[in-house]
Design a protein around this ligand. Structure first.
Ligand code: PLP
Length: 725
């Protein structure tokens, strides 16, 4: 399990595996892809194949001290890597894990943030309180500081130049960390290269700008972060010898890589003096050449997700030549003082992908000039990461689902389990286990907060912490509705509390208890997002009183992958209430589906494809055609009245199906339909297979066959399918 190459020693894969992955990534033919993402979410407490293997083999120590050090780190080391803020990063992690499962030669590149994304504390009066996340890459299993092959005691270092108005250069230096996404069989891995600019050689302002993911304290800091990612890519590839022809931009944040690639081409053509020799036409021609290497995925129609900068911000960051290139390539059509990086990424690529069918339509409306080349590849989730232990054991037990771990398309056969009584019984047992885990977690949290309240100045976030344990405890037989995601205006976390009288009336009239479990962080500079958290906290008491204690609303602080996994598996339904069509895909609902948990959702993002005429869950809210006016996030255009009213008509039906013994079976039918209709499709194996078709890689025949199988069940974009035939 120990392997070494020029850059270091790694634990968890054999020498043969390390060598074969490295050989593919550095092969002169360039048949690999480099995947660039601002964030990558892959916490080890939700997926940790090396530790699982050690447990399985009952290996707890090793006589060789150097091996034992690795062993203890993997068995007992930290499991949090706070290098993500939400769906985009977790999608990146899930994607790279599926590439590893499918043995596709890919390398991920991202930044390492020593203060991560913030940790969340919540106070009932103040709302969210953010503090720096604490972690140490040095002690994190699976993360390695790479060494310089020429002087193995030194870290491998790359340099990125910065310029100021006087043209004086300063140089930012990054160390390269390698994180391994190893597959379950430990016979392949995808390396992620994390650029760490908090080195003593970097100027202090760069070190400061590199600390926090999505630091937006100023436009300059934000632009600096983007540059650290984009312009670090080519030097990192060169330092490691990575030859990928295809470069995949997971969102536009790293689009600065095109400047390096254009410079590279022009330098080859015009020599070291290219900055003065190349004409505008030369630059445009080089850009068109570079575009052939790029695949771009756009993830959101929401403005905050698209980087636009005042062009003057760059006077102080990049060389006059790069500035000139940006003037040619990135200037906004209607506003000459703004660089629009989404528009540049949209222009410079050979394939543009949106993340669901509906999002394709939206993106085509937002960028009509590129409408023809925009295709859809609907997102997925890594099924091995998001299936709870209890459900995994269930799936392992039934021969109908044989090989589901390696091949999620197997779930299509779950249809035969619909009338299989033993499966249905076991399914409900596994679900009960998951709900008990969630409810126990919440009850323990409430107890801790109750004790804290007596001992410290902190006001716990939940009204229930102010009640006695007898009154406040959650019960696992109670219908539990889950909602967790970033708190952002368009996601409308407080939508279902719009009319508390109406909501509580349906609960008291039928004597149906309900747990509402909520979680999520708002970006520290997103004030409206933080207001949403306060709104949710503010209704807790009234909801409890008006429902005579039947409705209990709990907010879990510190949303992360672990909390997400517990919530999606333990809830009885998963709520998604964004304003259509602003949720481009959404992935937490897919995680619920992996556990057979039905969604109740606005017809937005992936749910348009996953709803299947009500067989897999419920829909509510506006679902008609979309036009430009629907893209607004103005408070007056958020449709709170209309969409909450629609929710109140659907919700009692759900509760009746859940609680009425005569209807309960039909509730379970919906769960199993999620396994047979949604699991085979909304997984990252299928998604990776669709991307690999866009990468156009020359793969080994067995791998090629496998990928074809994963995408044969579903084609996100039939128009692309036609073209490729
Ligand atoms: C899955 C996940 C998300 C994304 O959820 P959406 O439904 O896409 O908003 C965000 N944060 C965490 C921790 C997650 O696990």
């Amino acid at each position: 399990m120990l392997a070494t190459n020029r850059f270091g020693t790694f634990f968890g894969v054999s020498q043969k595996v390390l060598d074969s992955v490295w050989q593919a990534l550095t092969s002169p033919t360039g048949e690999s892809a480099t995947y660039i993402s601002m964030e990558i979410g892959a916490d080890l407490d939700v997926f940790h194949p090396v530790r699982n293997k050690l447990h399985q083999l009952e290996i707890t120590e090793h006589p060789d001290e150097s091996i034992n050090r690795f062993l203890q780190l993997f068995l007992k080391g930290p499991v949090k890597i706070p290098n993500y803020s939400g769906g985009l990063g977790i999608l990146a992690g899930d994607t790279l894990k599926s590439f590893a499962d499918c043995k596709i030669p890919i390398v991920g590149i991202s930044l390492l943030y020593r203060k991560g994304y913030f940790s969340q504390m919540v106070d009932s009066k103040i709302g969210q309180v953010a503090w720096a996340a604490d972690w140490a890459p040095e002690n994190t299993p699976g993360l390695y500081l790479l060494h310089d092959p020429k002087s193995p005691t030194q870290p491998l270092t790359i340099e990125v130049p910065f310029y100021d108005l006087q043209g004086i250069r300063s140089v930012a230096c990054a160390h390269l960390w390698l994180k391994m996404e190893i597959n379950e069989a430990l016979d392949y891995f995808v390396p992620e290269i994390l650029l760490d600019y908090q080195t003593p050689q970097s100027p202090s302002w760069i070190q400061d700008a590199a600390q926090h993911l999505y630091d937006s304290s100023s436009e300059k800091v934000k632009a600096t972060q983007r540059r650290l990612l984009g312009v670090g890519v080519v030097p990192a590839m060169e330092a490691l010898g990575i030859t990928s022809r295809t470069i995949h931009l997971n969102e536009q944040h790293g689009v600065g890589v095109v400047l390096s690639l254009i410079s590279q081409l022009l330098q080859n053509e015009h020599g070291p003096q290219y900055e003065t020799k190349a004409t505008d036409q030369d630059i445009l021609t080089a850009a068109a050449e570079v575009a052939k290497r790029l695949v771009f995925t756009i993830h959101t129609p929401v403005k905050a997700g698209h980087d636009r900068f005042n062009i003057s911000v760059f006077d102080d960051l990049i060389s006059p030549f790069c500035k000139h290139a940006l003037n040619l390539l990135a200037r906004e059509e209607h506003n000459n003082y703004v660089y629009n990086f989404t528009a540049m990424a949209m222009k410079l690529n050979r394939a543009t992908n949106s993340v669901s069918r509906l999002h394709k339509e939206v993106t085509q409306k937002q960028f009509p000039q590129y409408a023809d080349k925009i295709t859809a590849i609907t997102n997925g989730v890594h099924h091995l990461t998001w299936t709870s232990d209890a459900k995994a054991e269930l799936y392992d037990t039934f021969p109908e689902l044989h090989n589901w771990r390696r091949d999620p398309s197997v779930f299509a056969k779950a249809e035969t389990l619909l009338r299989h009584n033993k499966f249905r019984t076991y399914f409900e047992q596994a679900w009960r286990t998951d709900t008990m885990i969630l409810v126990d977690y919440v009850n323990r949290m409430l107890t801790t907060h109750r004790n804290q309240r007596l001992a410290t100045w902190i006001d716990p976030p939940n009204y229930l912490s102010y009640l006695s344990m007898e009154e406040a405890s959650l019960d696992h037989t109670t219908f539990t509705l889950g909602f967790a995601r970033r708190f952002s205006t368009y996601k409308r976390a407080d939508l279902i509390f719009e009319d508390l009288d109406r909501l509580t009336a349906m609960i008291t009239e039928n004597n149906w208890p309900v747990n509402f479990i909520f979680a999520g962080k708002a970006h520290p500079s997103d004030e409206p997002g933080q207001d949403l958290i306060r709104n949710v906290l503010a209704v807790q008491e009234e909801l409890y009183q008006k429902s005579h204690g039947l409705a209990k609303l709990v907010f879990i602080p510190g949303y992360d992958m672990h909390v997400a996994k517990m919530m999606v598996a333990g809830s009885h339904a998963w709520l998604n209430s964004p304003k259509r069509p602003l949720e481009a895909s959404g992935t937490s609902g897919m995680k619920a589906a992996m556990n057979g948990v039905p969604n109740i959702s606005i017809m937005d993002g992936w749910w348009v494809e996953g709803y299947h005429d009500g067989r897999t869950g419920w829909k509510f809210g506006y679902e008609d055609s979309i036009s430009h006016e629907h893209f607004s996030e103005q408070p007056s255009s958020l449709l709170y009245n209309e969409d909450s009213a629609s929710f109140y008509t659907v919700f009692p039906e759900m509760l009746r199906w859940f609680y009425d013994p005569a209807l309960h079976n039909q509730y379970i039918d919906k769960c199993i339909a999620n396994l047979s209709l949604n699991c085979p499709i909304f997984n990252t194996h299928r998604m990776a297979a669709e991307y690999v078709a866009r990468y156009d890689l020359d793969l080994a025949p067995t791998v090629k066959r496998e990928m074809k199988k994963f995408r044969s069940l579903y084609c996100s974009d039939p128009s692309f399918h036609e073209q490729s035939k």
